[in-house]
Structure formats: structure tokens, C-alpha cells
Design a protein around this ligand. Structure first.
Ligand SMILES: NC(=O)c1ccc[n+]([C@@H]2O[C@H](COP(=O)([O-])OP(=O)(O)OC[C@H]3O[C@@H](n4cnc5c(N)ncnc54)[C@H](OP(=O)(O)O)[C@@H]3O)[C@@H](O)[C@H]2O)c1
Length: 350
């Protein structure tokens, strides 16, 4: 077991338990933190670590949260929706001097973290890398490799696709409910060197890998428009999903409907699920390239990605501040670490 300690806040959630299991698989030391002692105990048992260190701390109790994180090298925050919980966990991580990462998929909160915490993180000597998920890290790292290949970019379009049943956890559905406005108007895009909120003009259809015909796509609040301009020379970054995916995500849901669903996808649904990120880049020179990265099981990939990010923050610290994935980690090396899980990427002239 390494001598580093990883505090998981929201350890009792669907994603939190997968993160615990990944820490156990890598023989890394977890501390389970959350608001409910009974749920933490059950989570430890489910993740195969019945003797793990459990610490109860509610979000309202800053002192208890800081104490819970005090000896943690890194806090991995899995307690979404982050728009309502994230600030208090970050404040405690900063006070405890622990590096911070999370499983946030909320574009508005991601932008908030990049804008709010750089000075506090620098003075605390802490590195914050938000959104260490299947949606937040692979596309950001691949965009950096595209930028290295093509030079300054005029335009980058990221399209996230999901295969299989796209079964989501209750936590993901609750989170999506909280950012319904951003999902309706497309969220933020980076247009001509500035972040701008939607609504946007409908984009042109795109011919996706393996397809003969172009399909309709829609603006969507993805992570790349927020993170990529922080490390790639690029004038415009847009996020999209296929129209059919946006329609699926736009299905009206109530809290009552969400609570009646299973806590998350079962093992068979997870095994059947896939994710793909297509990055179409146009260089200032006019050269074009397409990067494609894909993998299985969004929640399993997120557990791998969040723990890989946390382990790197613990062992090879990056500079203090709020960093995009490609600022904190070597892109090709990080992606190579995900390959045994089935994450593969290509970049081709287009
Ligand atoms: N690609 C992506 O964008 C991506 C991928 C994976 C996950 N995620 C995000 O990860 C988050 C977690 O998902 P999940 O499926 O694990 O959700 P979940 O099963 O509902 O778990 C949420 C966890 O957060 C805790 N929590 C929530 N509100 C809290 C509060 N006010 N105070 C203290 N603890 C609180 C819960 O504690 P209790 O158990 O005590 O209720 C639970 O441990 C979601 O926001 C999801 O969108 C994003």
C-alpha cells in the first residue's frame, strides 16, 4: 500500500463506491467521508474494504470537513450535484492543504471553479483539477495533442456520443435536472477568444466516424469549451451531442421519477455501454484533423480517470492553482494509463 491517502467525499454514492473499488484495486489508501455513518459503512463493505477509515462530516460543518481531509494528500469529490455541494468541499480541501479533483459534469460549475479558485489554490499550495470524468479528461487531453500536431487552431468542435443503453445513475439524472437551462440553450461556447452563453445558431450536420451520411447535432454544455482554451491556442471551441442524444437528455423528469429508478446502471448495462468523443480541428493554416477517443462503461471509466488523476496529483504534483487536465498531466502518458481499461484514441488528417 502506498503511503498516500485519498479522501473520497460522497463515498456512499454510486460513483463514490466505484471510486473506492478502484482505489482498492490499486492498493491505495482511502478515507471515506460523507454525511451518513451508516451509508459510509455499507459503502466500505460493498467496495470490499470493511476496515477502512470512515469519517462523518456534513457540508455545513467546515471544521469537521477540514478535520476529515487533514491527512489526505488528495480529496476526490463524488458528491454531486456539484453546483450545490462543490464550493464547500473545495473550501475544506484548501484549508486542509489537500489537492482536489472531482467527478463533476456540470459545465457551469466547472467554469466557476476555474474562475473562482486560482489565487486561493496558489496560496494554499494546492492543485485543483476539476471534472476527472470520462467526459472531462479524455477530450481535454486529446485536444491538447491535436493542438500540438496542427499548431494554432481556428476552431475545435467536440462531439460526445454514447452507445449501449445510456443508462444513467440517479445522481447523474438529479445533476442534469439542476443544469436544465444550460442543456436547453447549449451552455457556454468559446467563440472568437471569449466564453459566450447560448442559445447558438443550429450547427451544420456532421458525418461521424463509421457513418455514410451526416447527422444533426446540437450545442451542448460540454467540458472542452471551458477547459481547452486554457492550454491550446484556439479561437473557437464548441461542444455538441447528436440531436437524438439531446432529445433523450431533454426527456422531462421529476425528482419523484428519478427516486423511483435504480441507483445506477447494473453490471450488464455498464458492460454494454460505450462513450466516444470526436474532436474536429481546423488549424489557422487551414489543415484539418479529427481526433477520436472511445472507451467502455462511463462510470467505470470515470472511476479509473478520477483515481488516475488523484494518484498523479499525490505522486507527481503539478503547479498549484486550478489546472485543466492537460496542464496537470502529460496527455499521452495519462491516456496510455487508461488503455488497459479499453480507452483508445486516434488522430488523423481529415
Ligand atoms: N461524465 C460525467 O459528467 C460524470 C460521470 C460520472 C459521475 N458524474 C457525476 O458524479 C456525481 C455523483 O453521481 P452518483 O451517481 O454517485 O450520485 P449519487 O449516487 O446520488 O451519490 C451522490 C453522493 O453525494 C452525496 N451527497 C449529495 N448531496 C450531499 C449533501 N448535500 N451533503 C453531503 N453529501 C451529499 C450523497 O450522500 P448520501 O449517500 O448521504 O446521500 C452520495 O454519497 C453526479 O453529480 C454525477 O453527475 C459525472
Amino acid at each position: 500500500m502506498s503511503n498516500h491517502t485519498f479522501a473520497v467525499y460522497g463515498a456512499s454514492g454510486f460513483q463514490g463506491i466505484l471510486v473506492l473499488a478502484e482505489l482498492a484495486r490499486r492498493n491505495l489508501t482511502p478515507v471515506l467521508v460523507g454525511r451518513d455513518a451508516g451509508k459510509l459503512k455499507a459503502a466500505a463493505a460493498q467496495a470490499g474494504m470493511p476496515d477502512a477509515d470512515l469519517r462523518v462530516a456534513t457540508l455545513d460543518d467546515h471544521t469537521a470537513l477540514v478535520a476529515a481531509f487533514q491527512d489526505a494528500d488528495v480529496v476526490i469529490n463524488c458528491a454531486g450535484p456539484f453546483t450545490s455541494t462543490g464550493d464547500r468541499v473545495i473550501a475544506a480541501a484548501l484549508a486542509a492543504g489537500s489537492h482536489y479533483t472531482d467527478t463533476c459534469g456540470e459545465q457551469p460549475f466547472l467554469q466557476h471553479v476555474y474562475e473562482t479558485y486560482p489565487a486561493a489554490a496558489e496560496s494554499a499550495g494546492v492543485t485543483i483539477v476539476p471534472a476527472a470524468t470520462d467526459g472531462g479528461i479524455p477530450g481535454d487531453l486529446l485536444a491538447h495533442l491535436l493542438g500540438e500536431r496542427l499548431g494554432p487552431l481556428a476552431e475545435l468542435t467536440s462531439i460526445h456520443r454514447f452507445g449501449g443503453e445510456t443508462a444513467m445513475s440517479r445522481g447523474s439524472l438529479r445533476t442534469m435536472l439542476g443544469i436544465a437551462d444550460a442543456m436547453t440553450d447549449g451552455g457556454l461556447a468559446y467563440l472568437d477568444n471569449a466564453w459566450r452563453p447560448g442559445p447558438f445558431d443550429p450547427p451544420a450536420p456532421v458525418t461521424l466516424p463509421g457513418a455514410a451520411e451526416p447527422v444533426a447535432v446540437a450545442p451542448f454544455p460540454l467540458q472542452e469549451p471551458v477547459s481547452v482554451p486554457r492550454h491550446v491556442s484556439v479561437r473557437t471551441v464548441r461542444g455538441m451531442v447528436e440531436d437524438s442524444t439531446r432529445a433523450l437528455f431533454a426527456t422531462p423528469l421529476t425528482n419523484e421519477m428519478i427516486e423511483s429508478l435504480p441507483v445506477g446502471p447494473n453490471d450488464a448495462q455498464r458492460a454494454a455501454g460505450t462513450w466516444t468523443i470526436v474532436l474536429d480541428a481546423v488549424a489557422e493554416s487551414g489543415r484539418r484533423a479529427r481526433g477520436v477517443i472511445s472507451g467502455p462503461d462511463t462510470y467505470g471509466t470515470t472511476a479509473r480517470t478520477a483515481v488516475e488523476a488523484a494518484a498523479r496529483l499525490a505522486t507527481t504534483p503539478a503547479s498549484a492553482g486550478v489546472l485543466a487536465p492537460a496542464q496537470a498531466f502529460d496527455p499521452a502518458d495519462f491516456l496510455a494509463a487508461l488503455a488497459p481499461f479499453g480507452v483508445h484514441w486516434t488522430i488523423e488528417d481529415h
